[in-house]
Every structure is written in C-alpha cells, then in structure tokens.
Design a binder for this molecule. Structure first.
Ligand SMILES: [Zn+2]
Ligand SMILES: [Zn+2]
Length: 451
C-alpha cells in the first residue's frame, strides 16, 4: 500500500510554555522525536482519515460555481463587484490573518482589526487563531514533517491536500459570520444595488470564494515551487511575480520566509504587493502603526550571499591555471636545457609550454620563436606589445613550471592573471591556505584594543 498523504506529527505549542523547554541541539529533530505521529494515511484508511469539513469547504464552492455560472447570466455590475469583493475578502486574509495576526508585522487600531476580521471571514479560511497557529508552524518547521503544508510532500498536498485529511485540531464549524460575509452580504449588495441577487450569490459569492481560497492555497504550493531564491536557498520558498499576482502580493515568499516580521513581501515599493500598499495606506490614515521593516543592510547581505553563490558556481565550472605550489621548480640551466626538446618561454617567473600556440599567435609565430629560452616578461607586458587581459589569462593556462627564485607572489601583479585577481573563496579556504598571511596579531604592537 502506498501512502497517500504523509503522517502528521503534533508540533509543540509556540507559546510562552516554550520558555520551559530544555535547550536542544536541533528543535526540529527534537520535536520529531518527542511528538507522536498520526498513522500514515493510506488508500485503505483514507475514508476514516478524511476531514469532512475540509472536503466540503474545498469541493462545494467549485461545484456550485460551475453549475451556477452555467445557469446564471453574468451582468457587468456583478462582475465588477465580484472582483472588488475578491480583493476585499482576500486582503482580510493577507493583511489580517497573515501579516497582522500570524506575524504581528504591524499594529492595527480597533477599527482596522474589525474590518480585517470581517473581510477575512468572507474568505472562509477558518478561525483566525487556528489559521495563525498553522501558519506559524509552517514558518518554524518549513519543509519538515511538522510543517502543516509541507512542500516536500508535493504541490497538491501543500496546496489543499493537507486540508482534506484530519488536522491536529478540529477546525470550528462555519460560523454565522463566515456564511454572512461569504454569501449573504454579496447577495444583498448585488440585489439592493442593481437587482441581481442571483448573480451576486453565484459570482460574488461562490465563484469569488473559489478564487480567494485557491489564491491563499497558492501561497503554500506555488510560492514553494515557482521562481528564484534571491535571499536564501536553504528551504523551498521562492519569489515570483506570477505567484504575487495570484495571491495579492504574497508571492515574494523567499523574502517572506527570511524576514517574516516585515510588513512587506516585496521590498521595492513598485513590486506588485497590494497587501503592502494597503497596510501602508492604513498607516497614512492613522489606522495602523509600527510597520516593521527589516534593516536594508541585512536584507542586502542575504542577496549578496546568493549572488556570490551563483558566481562561485560559474568560477568552479571554469578551468584555471596551475598554482605555483603545484608546479615543478626549475633552475635557469635546466630551463635552457629543456628548451631543446620543446618550445618553452619564461614570463613573470613562470615557464610556459607554447607548442600548441605558436601558429595561433595573432602577432605572428616569429615573435614566439624569438623568445624561446629567454625571459619575455618585458616584451609581453608592453616592451613589444601590451597584451590584453585575455591574452594574459590564456598565457597562464600554458604554465608548466616555476623558475627557481623567479617570482615574488602577491607582490608582482604580473604573476597573477587578471581573471584571478578577484576570486570568491569560502571562509574555510581562506583560513587554511593563507592562515599565516591573513591572520593578524596585535602582539607586536603592544595592547590590542577592540574597536
Ligand atoms: Zn511558506
Ligand atoms: Zn508567513
């Protein structure tokens, strides 16, 4: 029997009680070890493990939408209103449930809190506390078994599969407020406004609800699947404009998982994030205060790290000249002697075998032949022709030896090919290979003071 859905374990409460928890090396493996998982959901126990409320909430809206839309004319007033109502109820979730209650990324006055709670009720996403708790677990246990919407279990599981099977805590039954805001209010507005009660019920009610629900679900599925990781690639969250368009701006999810307390998902003011614009406008109106913003300096560090990582991959995909430590050290007499067997040229302390290049030299083969067995450093660096950086890089690839006493590394710039003057090195590499030259000590100068 193959497993349909993964087993779910109980995440420990993210409350003040955690203060008493013993310190552990890794809280994810600790929680996995100390919590009891539910049995895995398989095809044979699927029926008994189904969460019928979830199944109902997910399957009913599309069925009624399709049947209803087939039999109901769509009036333009109702179409416009449905789009408006989609943004209104969607903002209740993104600006309210998510950024205000789950992350506390700003403070909202009483009026704004009621406004967001009532708007969010129309999106039928369960009680605020249940929603926030699950979402916080998602941030804390991202991509693990304790993540309620674990993206490692596949796109559809993270999108809505998690809602179809039994959750750890029973969601509350659809409260009267949910039904009022999702169906009664849009029906009433369309009826009293332009006499289209049925259209309001079908389009601004059910069809709009389908879009709002799957828009929110996309944050857990699409945002963990599509796009780039410009801030950190440790976990699955990604940034993508398409996801942002589907989710009222929640699509810059790589940034959001790195800086969850930031009231923005997209940092540039012009990047599509209507939830951020809404919160900003609320601040201007005096309805919201203390909008949290992560220090730009730290945000840019994350970006730089990822850029360097990509550059390092490029660096590692290229072939580089042999290091002076890996080459044989040859005396001048031996150099002259070996020139009899193959064409060798000495330039800035390195001995190069130019056999494969003589006929390709753009300046003519005779210039190379002329300097075999000689020191061509001055000629190469401007005495005869001031060679390009590319020529210098290519020359370094032909190194076969080092002249004894011929180079003063890191003093003479000419010994380092241009492509290697700036390199990306891991911290461990710096400290092991150049420990003696990069580690500084204050001892010689007396007392060292910490700045
Ligand atoms: Zn996420
Ligand atoms: Zn979040």
């Amino acid at each position: 029997m193959s497993s349909v859905y993964p087993r779910q374990a109980t995440p420990p409460l993210n409350t003040a009680a955690s203060v008493d928890l013993p310190e552990v090396e890794n809280y994810v493996s600790h929680a996995l070890k100390t919590t009891k998982p539910l049995p895995p959901v398989r095809w044979d126990n699927l029926i008994s493990e189904l969460n019928w409320i979830g199944v109902f909430v997910i399957t009913l809206p599309p069925v009624v939408s399709i049947v209803g839309a087939y039999h109901t004319r769509l009036r333009w007033e109702t179409a416009l209103f449905s789009v408006f109502y989609y943004f209104f109820t969607g903002l209740g979730v993104t600006a309210g449930y998510h950024r205000l209650w789950a992350h506390r990324s700003y403070n909202a006055g009483r009026f704004l809190q009621y406004f967001l709670a009532i708007a969010g009720a129309g999106a039928v996403q369960g009680p605020i506390k249940w929603w926030s708790r699950g979402h916080r677990a998602h941030h804390r246990y991202t991509d693990t078994e304790l993540d309620p919407y674990n993206a490692q279990e596949g796109f559809w599981y993270s999108h809505m599969g998690w809602m179809l099977v039994k959750p750890r805590r029973k969601p509350a039954l659809p409260a009267p407020l949910l039904l009022t805001m999702s169906f009664v209010v849009p029906t009433l507005i369309a009826w009293l406004g332009w006499g289209d009660a049925r259209g309001g019920y079908v389009y601004a009610g059910f069809v709009r609800l389908c879009f709002v629900q799957h828009s929110t679900f996309c944050v857990n599925s699409l945002a963990h699947w599509l796009g780039a990781s410009p801030f950190d690639d440790k976990h699955t969250p990604r940034d993508h404009l398409v996801t942002a368009l589907c989710t009222l701006g929640e699509g810059y999810h790589n940034f959001h998982h790195q800086f969850p307390m930031d009231y923005r998902n997209a940092i540039k003011w012009y990047q599509y994030d209507p939830t951020k614009w809404f919160i900003w406008v609320c601040q201007k109106l005096g309805l919201a205060t203390h909008l949290k913003v992560f220090p730009d300096n730290e945000v840019r560090k994350g970006q730089l790290t990822m850029q360097l990582k990509r550059l390092r991959e490029t660096q590692e995909s290229l072939a580089w000249p042999s290091d002076s430590n890996d080459l044989p050290v040859i005396s001048w007499d031996s150099y002259i002697e070996q020139c009899a067997q193959r064409p060798l040229i000495l330039i800035s302390g390195f001995i190069h075998d130019v056999a494969s290049f003589i006929d390709e030299h753009p300046g003519g083969a005779h210039w190379i032949v002329k300097y075999i067995g000689k020191d061509a450093t001055t000629a190469f660096f401007g005495g005869v022709y001031d060679h390009s950086n590319a020529a210098h890089n290519l020359l370094a690839m032909k190194r076969v030896g080092v002249l004894h006493g011929g180079i003063r590394l890191a003093v003479d710039d000419k010994a380092v090919p241009p492509a290697q003057r700036l390199k990306i090195a891991r911290y461990a590499e710096l400290s092991s290979s150049n420990a003696s030259s990069t580690a500084y000590s204050d001892h010689d100068e007396g007392e060292g003071l910490l700045g």
